[in-house]
Design a protein around this ligand. Structure first.
Ligand code: SF4
Ligand code: SF4
Length: 445
């Protein structure tokens, strides 16, 4: 038996400890007595006396094992994580494809890297995509699709055409199928929600950059008009048919007052317990968005802002959607079977590279070239070879952070760490309070 190196315990009140394990993502409140018992059994395990537990310790071990706080065997936890990470990198049974059916957009957001673009996927590109999936279908257990852009709802008929083909293949080859859409929400009207729902799109991510007065400035329509009110009306219907998460891109223009105003507007619209909200950290990842660099937070500042905003969620009764959950892979750049495909059929490995043809790793109609530098440049990053990451208490959650930042000289090593590195402790407290609140609400109703 071994004790996990990813355990975290902190006094919660006079009678409890807050317990968290980064390998399982488990968060629990533990009685003080159980915590003291844990300390005893930890000492026994570390002294090699795993065959000498009292009945009470044996009972607690069962619970601790469930959350990976202790685990059977003598193997090295990091080696196990590294092995699982490598398995996930080379797993070809899961095919993960993100499509931009068009790069055109009906909005003109101030920070957008995509600029003003036109063009839609041609029938030839669509045919290549279907062939690409058909060739891989016999070995596929899961096909995960994301629609993005530009604004993907401007190309609804392409989404329909591709989905019909994917679902035909699904019937034939019996793989599981998931689909989500990243949309600005303006065209997420009843008709489109119903169509997407028929097309098995189970989730949508919609961006709201603050309350109406701020969002309408940052995310105006192409003609300069505001979009907030229409988006909120759309979300009210959409939540009945699919999971909606609201993404709020945070930069220095935000403040707790502004966030509180946005939460009030969502509450008035009846969306308090119907949507999840998560924060995007606006960063100047490419030269095209270097104009926003001055208004961006560094990671330490962003982490602090997150805590302040999630505290507001707690006070206003909103759900806390962000959890320190483990993953096996950082992002699509680390998988041999995940690709972004733009309207011209170019294949990319990173969302920040989209829009720059020189960063494509190939074309959907061609054989995949895994030796292409635009693939290997990001794929080669391995957090298990980094001494800081190996020592880090949240390695299973972060996995070394964004590989693109690792290759970008504008970002120092510290900037590559995720916000959990800076705010795990206060965030765990907020999460635990939120769960207590939810349990109390459930008991009352
Ligand atoms: S490399 Fe970084 S920016 Fe690119 S997709 Fe991965 S996480 Fe996103
Ligand atoms: S990048 Fe930073 S937070 Fe992530 S695992 Fe490495 S040291 Fe930890």
């Amino acid at each position: 038996m071994k004790v996990s190196q990813y355990n975290y315990f902190k006094p919660w009140d006079d009678c409890h400890y807050l317990a968290y394990n980064a390998r399982s993502g488990g968060v629990a409140l533990m009685t003080r007595d159980n915590y003291n018992l844990y300390l005893d059994l930890r000492d026994k395990i570390e002294a090699g006396q795993s065959d000498n537990f009292s009945p009470a310790e044996a009972e607690l071990i069962e619970k601790l094992q469930y959350g990976s706080f202790v685990f059977p065997g003598q193997h090295d936890e990091i080696e196990e994580l590294h092995f699982n990470h490598n398995m996930a990198r080379y797993d070809k049974t899961i095919l993960n494809l993100s499509f931009a059916p068009t790069m055109a957009c009906n909005m003109a957001c101030t920070y957008c890297y995509e600029g003003i673009k036109k063009g839609r996927m041609s029938p030839e590109v669509i045919e290549h995509i279907v062939n690409f999936v058909r060739e891989r279908a016999p070995g596929t257990k899961e096909l995960d699709i994301a629609w993005f852009g530009g604004e993907p709802l401007l190309a609804m008929e392409i989404i329909e055409k591709l989905t019909d083909s994917f679902l035909d293949l699904q019937k034939q080859f019996k793989f599981s199928y998931t689909a989500m859409i990243i949309t600005n929400g303006y065209l997420l009207n009843r008709e489109n929600v119903d169509r997407l729902s028929d097309l098995k799109v189970q989730a949508a991510q919609v961006t709201l950059d603050g309350p109406a007065r701020m969002h309408n400035k940052k995310r105006p329509l192409m003609n300069g008009a505001g979009s907030f009110e229409r988006i909120i009306e759309n979300i009210k219907y959409a939540v009945e048919k699919m999971r909606i998460s609201i993404r709020v891109n945070i930069d220095k223009s935000f403040s707790p007052e502004i966030m509180a105003e946005m939460l009030q507007e969502l509450d008035r619209a009846g969306l308090r317990d119907k949507v999840g909200i998560n924060f995007g950290h606006l960063e100047a990842l490419t030269s095209t968005c270097s104009n926003i660099a001055e208004s961006c937070y560094n990671i330490a500042e962003f982490s602090k802002a997150e805590v302040a905003y999630y505290n507001l969620f707690l006070q206003s009764g909103f759900m806390i959607g962000k959890l320190p959950l483990p993953s096996q892979i950082t992002c699509i750049s680390q998988s041999v079977n995940a690709f972004l495909i733009d309207p011209e059929g170019r294949m990319f490995k990173c969302f920040a590279k989209l829009g720059d043809p020189s960063k494509a790793m190939g074309y959907i109609g061609d054989k995949i070239e895994y030796n292409n530098e635009n693939f290997t440049g990001l794929f080669r990053f391995d957090p298990f070879l980094d001494e800081d990451c190996r020592r880090c208490n949240i390695l299973p959650v972060c996995l070394g952070g964004c590989p693109e930042k690792r290759t970008n000289p504008d970002f120092g090593k510290e900037e590559c760490c995720v916000s959990w590195k800076h705010n795990l402790e206060p965030m765990l407290e907020i999460i635990a309070h939120s769960r207590q609140q939810q349990n109390a609400d459930a008991e009352r109703s």
